[in-house]
Design a protein around this ligand. Structure first.
Ligand code: FES
Length: 385
């Protein structure tokens, strides 16, 4: 019945005849349907294999890994987006999102810049064990932390801490390399001057391009240092910017940066719609979050029964995703911050704690699905993966 509607379109019957004739001569135009899927897969791959082509020392605690495609080409991305890299480290299978620090106009490679986290499983693995030539599995580019000309002001005020500089490096490089008409004020906080990633490159850029302003802020500066010190305060932001109107604020860094800087921005009267924040990973001390049950300690241990036959022990303070990965159970994940919903598992019985703000769809909630990257066992559980 539906197909009959097409017959009313001009040229439809001639088109059918042409297809018939073509088929006689072994040309099957319906094959085009597959090529469309091929194009979609090239632009939005779910998985891709990358080769480490170079490793660049940035600071004593950070390196840039240059990643090229093993299969031929890399999909495009927007400056500010990340890829989630997957690893098998010992018996653990896990993944981590890394913002791309190279600009999107550089289509031959993605740079990711990794800073050592004390005791960090993946950062230490990447910095100490991964060598040139290593193959790493990756997601396609993802994330919503990018400039949108329809909604965001032409002046970007970027506030970074530690390795949170990486998306801003991509954004700034794109602006200067493509000659984009945008102004950037970059406040970049670090504990020590030695930790400041891209310090020389950013200083050079700010001297050469009058639309890029670089304000490093060092907590424990050497005596000879004459830049801004301490934290990125509202006072420093106001004194640097003067007029706060017509500017959008972007934050990326550790949770402490958000906890400190967002109230500072609010105290300046910046409305929340003007403040954009990159995903910040899993909470470090979940029991400090509002709503955490008072009678449960992060050290309490619960049993998690998984439908694949595993029975696991889970500390209340550990995300369910990490518990599953430690047992070698691979759960797809991209953001690891409760945003993308890739890591959903279904809780059949028992209770988990999820911090406020996790975007679980209404239908998921109704059927017991949770985002395992930000779900914490607060009773014995039975789950489906
Ligand atoms: S990995 Fe994105 S919501 Fe869990």
């Amino acid at each position: 019945m539906k197909k009959d509607i097409f017959r009313e379109f001009d040229g439809y019957s001639q088109l059918l005849e042409e297809i018939e004739v073509s088929r006689k001569y072994w040309k099957n135009f319906t094959a085009d349907a597959e090529s469309v899927q091929g194009h979609i897969d090239l632009l939005h791959p779910t998985r891709m294999m990358l080769r480490v082509s170079d490793i660049i020392e940035e600071t004593p605690t950070a390196k840039t890994l240059r990643l090229v495609s093993k299969e031929g080409s890399l999909p495009p991305f927007l400056a500010g987006q990340y890829v989630a890299l997957s690893f098998a480290i010992g018996s653990i299978r896990t993944a981590r999102p890394y913002s791309i620090s190279s600009p999107p106009n550089q289509t031959g490679y993605y740079d990711i810049t990794v800073k050592r986290v004390e005791g960090g499983l993946v950062s230490n693995y990447l910095l100490d064990q991964v060598e040139r030539g290593a193959i790493i599995e990756s997601s396609g580019p993802a994330g919503n932390f990018y400039y949108n000309p329809l909604f965001h002001d032409q002046t970007m005020v970027c506030i970074a801490g530690g390795s949170g500089i990486t998306p801003f490096m991509s954004i700034i490089r794109e602006i200067i390399e493509c000659g984009l008409n945008r102004e950037v004020f970059l406040f970049y906080g670090n504990q020590d001057l030695d930790d400041v990633i891209f310090h020389r490159a950013l200083t050079d850029i700010s001297l050469r391009f009058e639309n890029i302003h670089y304000i490093p802020v060092v907590e424990q500066p050497p005596e000879t240092y004459n830049g801004a010190t301490g934290f990125i305060t509202g006072k420093l932001i106001r004194e640097t910017l003067g007029d706060l109107a017509g500017k959008t604020f972007y934050l990326c860094g550790p949770k402490g940066l958000y906890d400190f800087c967002i109230p500072e921005l609010e105290s300046l009267g910046i409305p929340s719609r003007k403040i954009r924040k990159e995903v910040s990973g899993t909470p470090t001390h979940i029991s400090t979050y509002p709503g955490w049950p008072e009678n449960i300690s992060e050290k309490d241990v619960f049993t998690v029964r998984v439908n694949n036959g595993h029975t696991l022990s889970a500390s209340a303070g550990e995300p369910l995703l990490a518990v599953l990965e430690k047992a070698g159970i691979l759960i797809p994940s991209i953001c690891r911050s409760g945003e993308c919903s890739m890591c959903r598992v279904r809780v059949v019985s028992g209770r988990v704690f999820q911090p406020a703000g996790v975007r679980v769809r209404k239908s998921d909630r109704q059927f017991g699905y949770v985002h395992s990257c930000v779900s914490y066992s607060i009773s014995d559980l039975e789950i489906l993966v």
